[in-house]
Design a protein around this ligand. Sequence first.
Ligand code: DCP
Length: 230
Amino acid sequence: KIISRMAHAALASKSDLGRPFTVAVEGNVGSGKTTFLQHFIKNNNVAVFAEPIDMWRNCNGYNLLELMYQDPKKWSFTFQSYVQLTMLRQHQKKVIQPVKLMERSLYSARYCFVEKLSRDGLMPSASVAVIDEWFKYITKYEDTTVDLIVYLRTSPEVAYERILTRNRSEERTVAFEYIKALHDIHEDWLYHKTLHKCVAPVLVLNANLDRSVIEGEYEKYEPHILNKIP
Ligand code: DCP
């Protein structure tokens, strides 16, 4: 079963939220989140928020994404602090459409990326503690509710191949082992649900599919994603 009974129940009860039905698209680096978002851009009922990667590449002139990959020990905390701020701003954005679709969330930043940096000893535990204090404060006092997580599930091999093909300059040093480890963390968080809290029901999509057929997969699940299940 791709969508659990719990998700059905949650979706069905959220027809009148008084706020947009908020969907976070998650999945490994290279899983196709951008392509997924593009599918919904033409839909007038959906407000689409791409990841603020341009801000990460230019914070008052500094390319924090590049610095993080060049020297993770030195720059991971700086980068992830800024990611947390920019993701908070995405969560806070008000929309008039009934559905808000976000690329990633505060949650994957903490539960996947900070997790990985912490495991690798690239972010010291004191820095993780500071990120966590901010995280707890933000999620307590701001509305960062996510109603549904769409997990674009790929194999690490496919994700890595796509990263190589797109050839983003900052990601030139990314090794397959890193993508494999990030894959395992996403799996534990969203598929096996053994790592951290799962903040919303999860819709798992097969994102290994080729671009030519994946649109069909998105269309098939559109009613779930747009909260149109009676
Ligand atoms: N990144 C990070 N820490 C975060 C979020 C992202 O280090 N908290 C990095 C990983 C990538 C880049 O930022 O190098 C963008 O990663 P995403 O997976 O968020 O976005 P993609 O553009 O790779 O998504 P897709 O290929 O699925 O469209």
